[in-house]
Design a protein around this ligand. Structure first.
Ligand SMILES: Nc1ncnc2c1ncn2[C@@H]1O[C@H](COP(=O)(O)OP(=O)(O)OP(=O)(O)O)[C@@H](O)[C@H]1O
Ligand SMILES: [Mg+2]
Length: 268
């Protein structure tokens, strides 16, 4: 029987691309309603593939789930079109902060609400709510997104997802390429949203330090398998996790944003 407290249940998922390349071979985790779950792992561990499987987006990339199940709100996502899942409240912000660069920040946000039927007053209410969580977006509302900073574009992408009124927000590496101070800002806004509205959040991150600070629970992926899971405060204590699972002992990955020492950027 599905557990009502669990909004997303991923059970022993296997996935391939082009019927040949195995990306996942045994990913399992559960996200409880109103919680933040971090999906951690090094480059190529399978984070993005997992998130795409959750939104049933793999077929669009010649990928497929070959085994295992993913249930959102108790129903199997593989039977539902990605658009239906969005209408059911499962909304994803893809890797790389996609915005329409030639639209203003506010036009980008409004575009996020188009799929749903909403009066102008309702849309204005949602915009106000989003500006409340991301005040920088209010300041930049009339600026073309292409002229805003990377952090503001990430906030715009998140804001646009919020216009669909998600119940489960899925984020793929929101910290990527951003200065630590902006990353903190974004995670603080996400945490506030989570606390004040009960929004459930699944966030994939290479930046385990920041993700573990804001998440309730975390699951670590290694080579397409979930190898470790636990409460975020407990995982945060364990140095070995960083060393063994998150690629931080691998000299080949020192240039990635996750492994750059934060103190190089944090102090202005
Ligand atoms: N479209 C694709 N076609 C074929 N193989 C892919 C595709 N996307 C990902 N893969 C492979 O699947 C595996 C998992 O990749 P995935 O992108 O899910 O990892 P990730 O954890 O998101 O990595 P990163 O931190 O670099 O974003 C990798 O071996 C990758 O090369
Ligand atoms: Mg990825």
């Amino acid at each position: 029987m599905p557990n009502d407290d669990v909004i997303l249940a991923v059970d022993t998922v296997h996935a391939t691309y082009n019927h040949a390349i195995t990306a996942l071979h045994g990913v399992s985790f559960e996200l409880r309603r109103g919680q933040i779950l971090a999906l951690l792992g090094a480059n190529g561990a399978g984070k993005t593939t997992t998130l795409k499987a959750v939104s049933n987006l793999l077929p669009a990339e010649r990928g497929q789930v070959n085994a295992g199940t993913i249930r959102y709100d108790g129903s199997d996502v593989s039977r539902r079109k990605p658009g239906d899942l969005v209408r059911a409240g499962l909304v994803q912000v893809l890797e790389g902060r996609h915005c329409f660069k030639s639209l203003t920040v506010e036009e980008n946000l409004i575009a996020g609400g188009i799929g749903r039927s909403g009066s102008r007053a309702e849309i204005n209410g949602d915009l106000e709510r989003i500006y409340g969580y991301f005040p920088r977006l209010r300041e930049k509302r009339r600026t073309l997104s292409g002229l805003t900073s990377g952090g503001e574009q990430q906030m715009t992408a998140i804001g646009r997802a919020l216009m669909s009124r998600p119940r489960l927000l899925v984020l793929d590496e929101p910290s990527m390429g951003l200065a630590p101070i902006i990353v903190q800002d974004i995670f603080q806004s996400l945490k506030k949203l989570n606390r004040e509205t009960g929004l459930s959040i699944l966030v994939a991150e290479q930046n385990s330090a920041v993700a573990l600070r804001y998440a309730d629970h975390a699951t670590v992926l290694e080579n397409g398998v979930s190898v470790l899971a636990g409460a975020a405060p407990e995982l945060r204590q364990r140095e070995d996790i960083r060393a063994f699972y998150l690629g931080q002992s691998n000299p080949g990955q020192q240039a990635s944003p996750a492994t750059k020492p934060a103190h190089l950027h944090a102090v202005a």
